[in-house]
Structures are given as structure tokens and as C-alpha cells.
Write a protein that binds this ligand. Structure first.
Ligand SMILES: *Cc1c(COP(=O)(O)O)cnc(C)c1O
Length: 420
């Protein structure tokens, strides 16, 4: 058995992380602005052939204004799924067709807010047509989310499409667009999101083909046309040292070929093409930096960190792998095996189980890789654990605070205290 997981480059130079960890309290999340912006540029370049492509950053992946506005300045829109995300996008200067509202089980006030911002509303269910009409009125442009069910294989994070709660069935889509058309909607979008953290480029090309074919059929049968075809997010990232990043150029080229073969011949107006990736854009360019508080030897060897699953819960939630670098010790032999834990009173509060690392001592600084998306975003306050500070590297050696650490006063501020 090869216990050595291999090595992986850090998104920010090791010396800079160590220097920052020496100056500010740990734990903290830190992101590299240039890494994020250049990933967005690569994605846009892969679709330059189309002339009308937009990435709508999935705000839920990294809901931090500094990051949403960095992406907005570089041309991205926002994919929002809640009131808070809509408000954040708006406060970062994104409204109108730069925002897509893809929600499910949606409260009326969220539809109303999306409508007021002029956002593209992406409906999750046939019954939401009436609900949207009552809560906010039908906008000019309506998008619907397709769930292909057994027609498409899912994966471990999102599950099988036929077991997923999202979207319309194929028959419901025809019904839905017919109702929308008959109630005066004239502009249409079609959306699907069937994968999460998928590393196979072919998967995205197949998804696009499915959308092109379906949109052509719906357009012909109902006499409508689509302005927006949105293939969702879900492009995976290489969490493990052996994983290969998705070749974005190959995805772009494959979708271009599919467009020419499956959409262009129908002679329909040219739609905007969209993706709403979160993980791809910010995941690899952020890490969680944390200090070893205790080393414990019982039936196993434990490294107890000053961070816990409230700072990064993917390992505890889905057994996800996050690579660990021991800063300043990367060239030491990896000849110790640790369970790397947090301090929650939950036995699954572990960043890694049985991980091969160099020998650790209290005070060592660890970086958990690929925490830039679905990392701090999933944070919670169980056990009174507070959110840590977050920093953005704006230039080599330059970091700005983009979220301060929560304080006990923040935590207690919503509680009603009994008078003694
Ligand atoms: C979560 C989500 C995304 C982003 O997923 P990633 O895996 O971060 O790319 C995009 N669209 C919808 C509708 C989502 O729910």
C-alpha cells in the first residue's frame, strides 16, 4: 500500500503563508486574487468561439463580497440561490441579466427580490409558474431547470438525477414552456445542473449536447426560441495529488462542435451560453491555515488543530479529501500517520483520517488545500465555534482582510438573556 499521498503545489507561496500566520491569529482562510481571476479568464477563453458566453459565479461557493466583486470586475455574473446571495450580488454591483436566480423550495419574497433586481429567474418546478406569477408577476424572460432523471448518470456529491429534488421532468418542461408562452412570456432560458465536482470533460460536452437537442425540440414544437442555455456548474477540481484538472479548452471545443452539429442547423436565434461554476473558480485558489494545538497518542495518533469542521466541513460531510501541507516541513519525510482533528464534540470532526505527514509538533502550521469553494461558506456555529478571519492576496506578499473573525459578542448578540 502506498500511503504517501504525494505532493501538491500551494496556491500561495509557503513563505508568504508562514509569514501571514506569524502576524495574524490562526485559523484563517486565504485566497489568491490572481489565481481566481485567471481561472475565470481561462474559462471565458474556452468559449470565445461563441461570442456570447457568460460565467455566472455560484455565490454559494464563496459568499464574500470582495470575491464576488473581483469576479464581477472581470466580467462574471452571479448565480444566486437565496435572498442573502441576491442582496450580496446587488451590493457588488450585479443586477439584471448578470444575475441568475436558481432556487428551489423558494419563498415568495425571494422571487420578489429577484424580480425587482431584474435577475433571470430559473424555475425549479412546474408549480412555481403560478407561485411566481402570484408572488412577483411573470417576467419577460423565464428559465426552467431540467432534471433529466434516468437519462443521465449523476455522481457522489449531487447524487443520481432521478433521486435529486431539483428541476422539471422532460414532460413537465414542455408543459411549463407552453403555459409560460400562453401567459405572454416571450423570452426563454433552459438550464440544467447534473454533476458536482466532475472531472471528466466529456461529461460537460454530453450535458451541452443534451441541452442543445432538447432546446431545439422544445423550440420547434412550441414555436418559441431560447435566449439562454445554461449548463450549470459542477466542473470539478483536482483535490488529490493524482487528479487531473478538467481541460477547459477541450470542454469549450467539444461544446463548440456539439453546437455546430446539434443546434446551429435548426436555424434558431443564437442563444447566450452560460456556466455557473463555483468550485472551479475559487476552490483551488484558497486554503485554510491552521495551527497544531495538541499532539495526542492513544489508540491512534491525533493532531488537534485550532480549526474545526465549522471552518471546513467537506471532509466530515462527505469524506472529502483535502490535501495538507505542513508549512516549512514540506521537504521532511512523510513518515508519521495522523488523524487530523478539530475540537468539536463530534467524532467526525476530522480533516483527515490516517494521513501520512511529517512528524508534527504543537505550533506547526498546516494548510488545507482547495478550501476556496464550499469551505468557509459551509461554516456554522455549533459548539459556539466562531467564523475565522479571511484574507485576499491582492499582490505578492500583500494581503487584505475581507472578513473579520467573529467575536463572542457577535455570537451572543441574537440571544435574549434572562435578567438575573
Ligand atoms: C451549487 C451550484 C452551482 C455551483 O456548483 P459548483 O460545484 O461549485 O460548480 C451551480 N449551480 C447551481 C444551481 C448550484 O446549486
Amino acid at each position: 500500500m502506498n500511503l504517501n499521498p504525494g505532493t501538491k503545489p500551494l496556491p500561495i507561496p509557503e513563505e508568504e503563508l508562514l509569514d501571514l500566520a506569524g502576524r495574524v491569529p490562526t485559523p484563517f482562510h486565504v485566497y489568491d486574487a490572481e489565481g481566481i481571476a485567471s481561472c475565470l479568464r481561462r474559462l471565458e477563453a474556452a468559449f470565445a468561439w461563441h461570442g456570447d458566453f457568460r460565467e455566472f459565479f455560484a455565490v454559494k461557493a464563496t459568499p464574500i463580497p470582495a470575491i464576488v466583486s473581483l469576479l464581477a470586475k472581470n466580467g462574471a455574473g452571479a448565480d444566486c440561490s437565496s435572498l442573502a446571495e441576491l442582496v450580496m450580488a446587488e451590493r457588488c454591483g450585479l443586477t439584471g441579466d448578470r444575475v441568475i436566480f436558481t432556487s428551489n423550495d423558494t419563498p415568495a419574497e425571494e422571487f420578489a427580490k429577484a424580480r425587482a433586481m431584474g435577475a433571470v429567474i430559473n424555475l425549479d418546478d412546474l408549480s412555481h409558474i403560478d407561485f411566481l406569477e402570484k408572488s412577483a408577476g411573470l417576467p419577460d424572460l423565464v428559465c426552467c431547470r431540467f432534471n433529466p432523471g434516468p437519462l443521465k448518470q449523476g455522481n457522489a456529491i449531487i447524487g443520481k438525477p432521478e433521486e435529486a429534488k431539483y428541476g422539471f421532468t422532460r414532460d413537465q418542461l414542455f408543459e411549463g414552456y407552453r403555459i409560460l408562452r400562453d401567459r405572454g412570456v416571450r423570452r426563454f432560458g433552459l438550464h440544467t445542473m447534473v454533476a458536482s465536482n466532475e472531472l471528466n470533460p466529456q461529461y460537460f460536452i454530453e450535458t451541452a449536447t443534451m441541452v442543445f437537442t432538447l432546446a431545439t425540440e422544445i423550440a420547434k414544437i412550441l414555436g418559441i426560441s431560447f435566449e439562454l442555455l445554461n449548463f450549470g456548474g459542477g466542473i470539478g477540481i483536482p483535490y488529490r495529488p493524482g487528479d487531473t484538472a478538467v481541460d477547459l479548452e477541450a470542454v469549450g471545443r467539444g461544446i463548440a462542435e456539439s453546437y455546430r452539429a446539434n443546434y446551429a442547423p435548426a436555424g434558431l436565434p443564437r442563444p447566450r451560453l452560460a456556466l455557473e461554476c463555483g468550485r472551479l473558480i475559487t476552490g483551488p485558489y484558497g486554503c485554510l491555515v491552521s495551527r497544531v494545538l495538541h499532539i495526542k497518542h492513544t489508540y491512534r495518533d491525533y493532531a488537534g488543530m485550532d480549526a474545526c469542521m465549522a471552518n471546513l466541513m467537506r471532509p466530515a460531510l462527505y469524506g472529502a479529501y483535502h490535501h495538507i501541507s505542513v508549512l516549512g516541513k514540506e521537504d521532511r519525510p512523510r513518515d508519521h500517520i495522523y488523524d487530523v482533528t478539530g475540537s468539536l464534540c463530534e467524532n467526525n470532526d476530522k480533516f483527515a483520517i490516517g494521513r501520512v505527514l511529517p512528524e508534527l509538533v504543537p505550533g506547526d502550521i498546516l494548510a488545507f488545500h482547495d478550501a476556496g469553494a464550499h469551505g468557509s461558506a459551509m461554516g456554522f456555529q455549533y459548539n459556539g465555534k466562531l467564523r475565522c478571519a479571511e484574507y485576499l492576496r491582492t499582490a505578492p506578499g500583500q494581503f487584505s482582510l475581507i472578513r473579520r473573525a467573529e467575536t463572542l459578542d457577535d455570537y451572543f448578540s441574537t440571544l435574549v438573556w434572562p435578567t438575573p
